[in-house]
Design a protein around this ligand. Sequence first.
Ligand code: SF4
Ligand code: SF4
Length: 283
Amino acid sequence: MKVAIASGKGGTGKTTLSINLTEFLSETQKVVLVDLDVEEPNAGLFFTGKSVREEIKYKMIPQWSKDNCILCGQCQEVCNYNAVIRFMETIMVFPQLCHSCYACSELCPTQSLPMTQQRIGKLKHLKKENIDFIESRLDIGEEQAVPLISQTLEYIEQQFKKDTLILMDSPPGTSCPVIEVAKNADLIILITEPTPFGMHDLKLAVETMQELDKKIGVVINKHGTGNNEVEKYCEINNIPIFAKIPNNRKIAELYSKGKLIYKEIPEVKAELEKIKFMLQQEK
Ligand code: SF4
Ligand code: SF4
């Protein structure tokens, strides 16, 4: 079972929930936590374990070879991303825009655009007792998160059996990276805050997940602050609220020290127990 932990915006407690839920569940079962927020992975700051594997990840981009090129311009015409253009007597490739679709390379009549590997980031796999932790990190300057996310998901498919519980700490927002994660998930936990901003971003996230036809559950963080609009919205739209994490200054203090929150705040542990129950129902 793959569960994506996502949010309409950053800073809502997504990583805090991912880490605490992973550690809590691991007390009774094996869990895999994957940090797919590849532009800014930070779950690893809270996790130490034995290194199992490290892999450099690549994407394929075309490289122009001018010897046989007849400057027909077909490559430019076929690219939907403006990643290859003809400029006078030269074909220029923009790797940051390339989506590795192979179209220009395969349609070039003179095989002048062979696909070549370009490094995009690194995957790390650590293990500690019942937890496997996988983190992928995009190289500085790389703009496309999706290829690294999809390669990390392939790694997960290869490494773990189908019945393994996999928690995926997703990128924030509702753009391509989070969609890449969500479309591979069986269930999405959306974490939000009970504020007008939280409400606004939750609605966007819910609409995105509904487009993908995904099951959703909501976790309200900092419950007790703001208003009850999120609860009303969930009730009207028949979206289950899995848990309500209380607003507690001690949570921020523990987080800043890299400590597990549920071990010191019983109310948080009780809420994680509710999420565990909901996950069991979804199996
Ligand atoms: S399609 Fe091939 S031959 Fe035509 S311009 Fe592009 S690289 Fe040159
Ligand atoms: S591989 Fe696809 S995206 Fe990349 S330059 Fe060629 S046509 Fe464009």
